[in-house]
Design a binder for this molecule. Structure first.
Ligand SMILES: Nc1ncnc2c1ncn2[C@@H]1O[C@H](COP(=O)(O)OP(=O)(O)O)[C@@H](O)[C@H]1O
Ligand SMILES: [Mg+2]
Length: 317
């Protein structure tokens, strides 16, 4: 680890709720300044991980350290250094958005000393296009998320724990989100960003971990995980696509007239594009893989046997 203390270090974490093993020997490492995508289907254990990191849940066994400290014992110190955005933000309905943001920010002031920049707060309110004068009871889910995001991003912290923070945001705001996270990274902040949608985290993440049934099944940079992903390509070409037939990195190819549909392994997309352009592309559509496709392809059979399916992963809370 180059001698630096990891921002997050989790080793063999186990957390059970009765018969449910929510975390099953989970290992996670995040270096300072890293944006880490935390990917997993619903019910995989992302939020439980966040709650252990926050010191809200105590693991049954294993080691968990934030900045080398124990979130269960050192919560007061640690919470000065981190900000958290939950997926489902609840606010004081009778306060305005602006009042709530200021309250969040003042709550984390250090011995009466504010540790946030009002300028940055106002700039974020503007960029997220939030009306801070309205009572939060009138806010949509997306607006409540904006309040939590603005409060977290305006705070002077070292670590952002973001649990599916963009679920209620429209595509335009998703772009703003990508920008502000990139800026936070430039400021040296570390980010743990969870999602069940691959496309939401892949652009931002230095590294990714994929959690399934409480266990990390893959971890690495996007290019290290590229071998796992397949892009679906629909193409119309002037010449037949026969040169592509039978290549080991092309799968499920269907050709009909000028139109060909196939899947290509993520680390061979460039090569295939070169071949296709030699065949005279008339039109082309590429679909990135979804997390579900990725997990089903690699762990498909195992998924059902371990109870990770839509019907069994609903939250009990
Ligand atoms: N407080 C709780 N009591 C019982 N089971 C829980 C509790 N919190 C989470 N779980 C279970 O733990 C598993 C992981 O949940 P969670 O971390 O919320 O998943 P997600 O990846 O969707 O955030 C699920 O099976 C969920 O039902
Ligand atoms: Mg969750």
């Amino acid at each position: 680890m180059n001698g630096t203390t990891p921002v997050i270090y989790a080793q063999d974490l186990v957390k059970e709720f009765g018969p449910v093993r929510a975390l099953d020997n989970l290992n996670l490492n995040i270096a300072p300044g890293e944006v880490h995508g935390y990917l997993g289907p619903n019910g995989a254990g992302k939020s439980v991980t966040m709650r252990v990191l926050l010191g809200l849940l105590r693991p049954d066994s294993g080691t968990i350290r934030l900045f080398g400290q124990d979130p269960w014992k050192d919560a007061v110190e640690l919470h000065r250094r981190l900000a958290y955005v939950p997926g489902d933000v609840e606010l004081w309905p009778n306060l305005t958005g602006g009042e709530v943001i200021d309250m969040f920010l003042r709550l984390r002031s250090n011995a009466g000393e504010a540790n946030f920049s009002p300028k940055k707060r106002d700039e974020l309110i503007e960029r997220f296009d939030l009306d801070p004068r309205k009572k939060t009871r009138t806010y949509s889910k997306g607006n409540r998320q904006k309040v939590a995001l603005i409060s977290a991003l305006a705070a002077d912290v070292d670590l952002l724990l973001l649990d599916e923070p963009t679920a209620g945001l429209d595509p335009l705001m998703e772009v703003v989100f990508q920008e502000v996270i990139t800026e936070a990274k430039t400021e040296g902040k570390s980010v743990l960003l969870s999602s069940h949608i691959l496309a939401q985290v892949e652009a931002l993440s230095d590294r990714l971990s994929i959690i399934r049934a409480g266990h990390i099944v893959e971890s690495g940079t996007l290019s290290e995980l590229r071998h796992m992903t397949r892009t679906t390509i629909e193409v119309e070409t002037a010449q037949p696509t026969t040169p592509l037939h039978g290549l080991s990195f092309i799968h499920d190819m269907h050709a009909e007239g000028e139109r060909t549909v196939f899947e290509v392994d993520g680390d061979h997309v460039g090569e295939v594009m070169d071949s296709l352009s030699g065949l005279g592309i008339r039109s082309i559509v590429a679909h990135p893989p979804t997390l579900e496709q990725l997990l089903m392809r690699h762990y498909g059979d195992d998924l059902s046997s371990r109870g990770v399916s839509a019907s069994t992963t609903k939250k009990v809370s």
